[in-house]
Design a binder for this molecule. Structure first.
Ligand code: FES
Length: 114
């Protein structure tokens, strides 16, 4: 069962930037902006660029490859918010000087129908 995992210390991520960390088999992008931390899947759902390297502004990150924009709170694809295409978002909490993230275990694979 997945638990909260320590990924960084307060101050490791400069204001207005992101960093990526491996957690429970996935890469997680953590952004720090306006005094708040947010965690979403690091892999852009378009072609897999690292969103943590993107430009952060107004609660959104622009993908460094083709500039698709995603909400850093909920992972919504801001260029087409009604689309089901999105990034997963993850619970994050601060304990002392530590930043912790919870990435759920992947859904169990179901056997293929024969
Ligand atoms: S890889 Fe992110 S917009 Fe294309």
């Amino acid at each position: 069962m997945a638990e909260f995992v320590k990924v960084a210390k307060l101050g490791d991520i400069p204001e207005g930037e992101g960093r990526n960390y491996p957690v429970n088999g996935r890469m997680v992008a953590i952004f720090y902006t306006n005094g708040e931390y947010h965690a979403i899947n690091d892999s852009c759902p378009h072609m897999g660029a690292s969103l943590s390297a993107g430009y952060v502004e107004d609660g959104q990150v622009s993908c460094p490859w083709h500039a698709w924009r995603f909400c850093i709170r909920e992972g919504t694809w801001m260029d087409n918010p009604k689309s089901p295409l999105r990034c997963d978002s993850y619970e994050l909490r601060i304990e002392g000087d530590d930043i912790l993230v919870h990435v759920p275990d992947p859904a169990p694979r179901t056997p293929e129908a024969s």
